[in-house]
Design a protein around this ligand. Structure first.
Ligand code: HEC
Ligand code: HEC
Length: 288
């Protein structure tokens, strides 16, 4: 029915609207694939019950509380509700918030929003994510303001004018892109005592993550070291990412975003694993 109507309307508007509708559809489909897959903004922004289980019907209406020595942060409502969400934000304002961490009023979005990784989002994927956000049902839900007892920097770097999507044929580069927009290394890299990522040991794990209502876990080592994924097969790595079951058959805690990563398709999974296998082997150590 939907297709029929669309075809009929396309004929009526032939030459004008048809092409741009097809483009809008493609953008939304890409947005859905990313948001309900590797990008997984919902892992932080979805409303949850007091056991930490996602409340899918409440969508991205936020509320999750992050209790850290440096901050008490709440994930805001990012549904299109005009009063309590992002309903009044323009596409350009949303783009600046997501890729640069700067709100329309000029204030900086603080951690744990992984803005440094989102600086890598391509223009086209950013547009797809924004199209998806705007297509979600508006949900009224006032979320508390975060407070930081560390000074936030003025910005996360210079404005990001333009980012190309890497070619999918370049498996390694594309895998790195996916790992960035999936912010894998934000959790799987150790942090120093100031809370900064130790990028020299990218992917080595050892970060203690306290997850609201989801308990606590130390992130495992994703590098190709003996203490990491060296002896894991591709299928075992894919199962951990998608199904949340590790090599020994143990279920992973829900901190790991497998509720979303389960939708990562086979070619993207292959790219991600190629990237993980390219990391410098680093031994695992507790960061704190
Ligand atoms: C690791 C958790 C986490 C992830 C993942 C995450 N966010 Fe956030 N986000 C936050 C927190 C916490 C804040 C509030 C920070 C503050 O109060 O300064 C925030 C703030 C925001 C804001 C500002 C909203 C406002 O009203 O001030 C937007 C927009 C946003 N996030 C969008 C996104 C999008 C889109 C994604 C995925 C591409 C995403 N976030 C992924 C935790 C996260
Ligand atoms: C919000 C933090 C977070 C993000 C983001 C995240 N992970 Fe994880 N991941 C974890 C935690 C915590 C565990 C261990 C859970 C446990 O011990 O039950 C884990 C476990 C894993 C494992 C199992 C390894 C083992 O030795 O058991 C793999 C593989 C993995 N993650 C890969 C990824 C990839 C690839 C991405 C990005 C697409 C990613 N993770 C993003 C927190 C995260």
């Amino acid at each position: 029915m939907r297709t029929f109507l669309r075809v009929a309307l396309c004929i009526v508007l032939a030459g004008q609207g048809a092409a741009s509708w097809a483009q809008d559809d493609a953008l939304l489909m890409r947005g859905k694939y990313l948001m309900e897959g590797v990008v997984a903004c919902a892992n932080c922004h979805i409303a949850r019950d007091d056991k930490g289980q996602p409340l899918f019907d409440k969508g991205l209406s936020g509320g999750m509380f992050f209790d850290d020595a440096a901050f008490k942060a709440y994930a805001p409502n990012i549904t299109p509700d005009p009063e309590t969400g992002i309903g009044k934000w323009t596409d350009a304002q949303l783009a600046k918030a997501i890729r640069e961490g700067i709100r329309p009023d000029g204030t900086l979005i603080g951690p744990p929003m992984p803005v440094p990784f989102y600086r890598n989002l391509s223009d086209s994927d950013l547009a797809a994510i924004i199209a998806y956000l705007k297509a979600q049902p508006a949900i009224k839900h006032q979320v508390k303001k975060s407070s930081y007892n560390i000074p936030l920097p003025p910005n996360y770097g210079p404005p990001v004018a333009h980012v190309d999507l890497p070619a999918t044929t370049n498996t390694l580069k594309y895998g790195e892109y996916l790992a960035n927009i999936g912010h894998c290394m934000d959790c799987h890299t150790p942090r120093n005592n100031k809370g900064m990522l130790v990028t020299a040991r990218l992917g080595a794990g050892g970060q203690v993550i306290k997850w609201p209502a989801g308990g606590e876990a130390v992130t495992p080592n994703l590098t190709p070291d003996e203490s990491g994924l060296k002896s894991w097969s591709d299928a075992q790595i894919a199962r951990a990412i998608r199904d949340g079951v590790d090599k020994s058959g143990t279920h992973l805690k829900r901190i790991m975003a497998f509720d979303w990563y389960q939708n990562i398709d086979d070619s993207d999974m292959k790219a991600l694993i190629t990237y993980l296998r390219s990391l410098k082997p680093e031994p695992f150590a507790y960061a704190k």
